[in-house]
Design a protein around this ligand. Structure first.
Ligand SMILES: [Zn+2]
Ligand SMILES: [Zn+2]
Length: 722
């Protein structure tokens, strides 16, 4: 009888053997097995004849979940992710599945009702006016005899069920049970392509059917999305599926709406962590069956099995949110490249400010480097530095910024004031004794939130009431030092009493749909001045916005992280890109005490390539990535000495295997204590990927053997934060 080697969600790097129980298992099957005294869902990775444990101890697989098994390519991606990031295979495999499929009680999804057009509906599409967009989209979705599922119909529009019912009564539509299917894909005409866009589409299009990694290096407003759409049309014409990845869940509704209007009827599955469990599962199954033609999703969507995948696009590829920072610490962008290589298909990494890693790959010829340098929709914004060394800003705003805001208000245009720090003031201090409010559980200051009259820790979430007097000396004159978005909002409201000021940060968008309502308010001309954090920086189009004021970017210049300059440029360029997208020229003002800093100089010239070349040269001479490869061993414990002991022992053990690999001394993490846990880390560096991987394979099992008491540790390969 065959033995099933099953991956389970347990923190050990191994699989577990079970008898197949006469179920006729295949690899990739999702199965329910007894584990200890509980039941768990597992993934059959392979079938074997000989068990790795005594036959007498084997137990039976209980049942197979009623879903198609994972295809071989999906298993290969899971295996690669586990090997490369050194994370237990079972945890990788199970975290790649939608939650509903991880439940042992999963009983399958009910077959949904499908709809098809009847012969009586002939000519209906021509008779329906173009402005009846919901009807048009539904008709497009049933073109060519395609069966439209009820769930997809509701995604097209909440009004769809009513329309379909009416058509059923007319005899134009009938219900059909069983598999849904896809209509032939057609793209609605969009704006004419520029020469650069057309060249990019042709160049990438020529690589279909083979592994062809491309860096699409295009400034904000250069129309990368239009290039994506043409490539998607190309893939759909080849009846292939497309995976389009975006960094942020907040960006998916906007892109989804844009996509649906250009590709009416095309089966689209948006996958992100904000979906309810059933919805996510259903979309995953649609992708797995091939019914979903396009998947748009955040980083986890890279694991979505798609049998006819023909193209992968990673938008804003430089964005740090593609890197998962806990659990399986993978880079979805890097996995997307692996996926494309494995499937022999093109992968397009798009960005206005590519990561230095991708830029290096393009420079060195590993990736094809394509440029979009013109901005068809509008001219480039004018970026100017406001030197605040001699005349310090009043309440954070320089005279130049106040004047520019005033001019926009008089012209009825929108402005954005960017400050990447939420709350009222980043710290609260006593003017008499120097006391300052600190989190009792973290090595961090508490942030004063005025409206809530609270002090909050932005690391552990701890909250306490704002004290009436200094807890150390009783003085009542407590002062907030520095400026957060709340305070800036207050300052702006006082300075411009007639203006409608809208603050957008994690605090004001916490409620579900809050951000969507705010975006509608902005686009619908319901706000004059936006105050916001980096949430506002990413990819949103605000047609009336003509001024971006960046009021305090200098803090990032003090960072010890070698990636700080790269990140600051990327973030500021992205914020600057919000200005003047439509027919209005944009202006960007940057308040700084370091007007001659290379980051700001390059930003004014809007010369990312020059800046990136300089960074690459610097990193090469300093011996930083991408010229070396790194991994960080992170450890934490309530006991600081346990962390030190563990890391020192790890360094000693590692020294014996460090063939060409450098192990640095353990150091405290940037924020040493979070929620009562002390954190420290050990950096490992190697001249090549292979040498690093060889070392990790030899070293990590030895650490697990040591069974460190009370220490939690994890390895982070290709870390983004040190
Ligand atoms: Zn005091
Ligand atoms: Zn805290």
């Amino acid at each position: 009888m065959a033995i099933a080697r099953v991956a389970l969600d347990v923190p050990v790097p191994m699989t577990f053997d079970y008898r197949d129980g006469g179920l006729g298992l295949v690899s990739g099957a999702l199965v329910v097995v007894p584990f200890g005294r509980r039941r768990q869902v597992g993934v059959v990775l392979e079938l074997a004849q000989q068990p790795l444990v005594e036959r007498a101890r084997l137990r039976d697989v209980e049942r197979v979940l009623p879903v198609e098994p994972l295809p071989a390519e999906a298993l290969a991606l899971i295996q690669f992710c586990s090997d490369y990031y050194h994370h237990p295979i079972g945890q990788v495999a199970l975290s790649a599945l939608p939650t509903a499929l991880r439940r042992s009680a999963f009983a399958g999804v009910r077959g949904e009702v499908g709809y098809v057009l009847t012969p009586a509906a002939a000519g209906l599409e021509q008779r329906t006016p173009a402005r009846a967009s919901v009807m048009q989209a539904l008709l497009a979705a049933m073109r060519g005899g395609a069966v439209l599922g009820a769930a997809e119909a509701r995604r097209i529009s909440p009004r769809a069920p009513g329309v379909l019912r009416e058509w059923q009564e007319q005899g134009w539509v009938e219900e059909r049970q069983g598999e849904v299917s896809s209509p032939p894909a057609t793209m609605q005409p969009g704006p004419p392509l520029t020469d650069e866009q057309r060249a990019a589409v042709e160049r990438i299009g020529a690589g279909f059917g083979s592994f062809a990694p491309v860096l699409l290096d295009g400034i904000t407003g250069s129309g990368k999305t239009e290039v994506y759409f043409h490539l998607i049309a190309h893939a759909l014409a080849r009846t292939e599926q497309v995976l389009l990845m975006v960094p942020e869940i907040n960006l998916t509704p906007q892109l989804e709406a844009r996509f649906r209007s250009r590709f009416p009827g095309v089966r689209l599955a948006a996958m992100h962590s904000g979906l309810a469990e059933a919805g996510r599962c259903q979309r995953w199954l649609e992708a797995r069956s091939g019914a979903a033609q396009v998947v748009i999703g955040t980083r986890l969507s890279v694991f979505t099995p798609m049998p006819r995948l023909g193209l992968v696009i990673v938008d804003e590829e430089h964005d740090a949110s593609y890197k998962q920072q806990d659990g399986v610490r993978y880079s979805a962008r890097d996995l997307a490249v692996f996926l494309a290589q494995q499937r022999r298909i093109p992968v397009v990494l798009g960005s206005a400010t590519p990561s230095i890693e991708s830029y290096h790959n393009a420079r060195s010829g590993r990736f094809v480097h394509l440029h979009l340098r013109s901005r068809p929709a509008a001219s480039r914004p004018d970026i100017r530095v406001v030197d605040v060394r001699d005349v310090p800003p009043q309440h954070g705003l320089s005279g130049a910024v106040v004047d520019a805001l005033d001019a926009r208000l008089r012209r009825g245009e929108q402005s954005l004031v960017f400050l990447n720090r939420r709350g009222y003031a980043p710290s609260l201090t006593c003017s008499a004794c120097g006391w300052s409010a600190e989190c009792s559980r973290c090595s961090a200051r508490l942030v004063w939130h005025l409206r809530e009259a609270a002090l909050r820790c932005h690391y552990c979430g701890h909250e306490e009431a704002m004290p009436a007097a200094c807890p150390a000396c009783g003085n009542q004159d407590l002062r907030g030092l520095g400026q957060g978005t709340q305070r800036l909002e207050q300052t702006l409201a006082a300075r411009f009493p007639g203006a409608r000021v809208l603050r957008i940060d994690r605090d004001t968008t916490r409620r579900k749909h809050a951000w969507r309502a705010m975006r509608e308010q902005i686009v619908g001309d319901g706000a004059d001045i936006l105050v916001g954090t980096q949430m506002l920086a990413k990819g949103h189009d605000f047609p009336k916005l003509t001024l971006v004021a960046i009021v305090n970017p200098d803090n990032a210049l003090y960072s010890a992280d070698f990636r700080a300059a790269e990140r600051l440029f990327q973030q500021l360029m992205q914020v600057a890109g919000r200005a003047g997208r439509a027919d209005r020229a944009g202006e960007v003002l940057l308040q700084t005490r370091f007007p001659a800093h290379p980051v700001y100089e390059a930003l004014q010239r809007q010369d990312y390539s020059g800046f990136a070349d300089a960074l690459l040269a610097e990193r090469k001479s300093a011996g930083f990535p991408p010229f070396v490869y790194q991994a960080v061993l992170r450890a934490e414990s309530v006991s600081p000495s346990s962390v030190t002991t563990f890391l020192e022992a790890a360094a000693r053990v590692g020294a014996g295997h460090a063939d060409g690999v450098t192990l640095y001394d353990p150091v405290p993490a940037a924020v040493e204590r979070v929620a009562g846990h002390f954190r420290a880390q050990l950096l490992v560096q190697a001249p090549g990927r292979a040498a690093l991987q060889r070392f990790l394979r030899a070293w990590l099992p030895l650490l697990a053997e040591g069974k460190p008491a009370r220490v939690r540790w994890a390895i982070d390969v290709d870390p983004l934060d040190l």
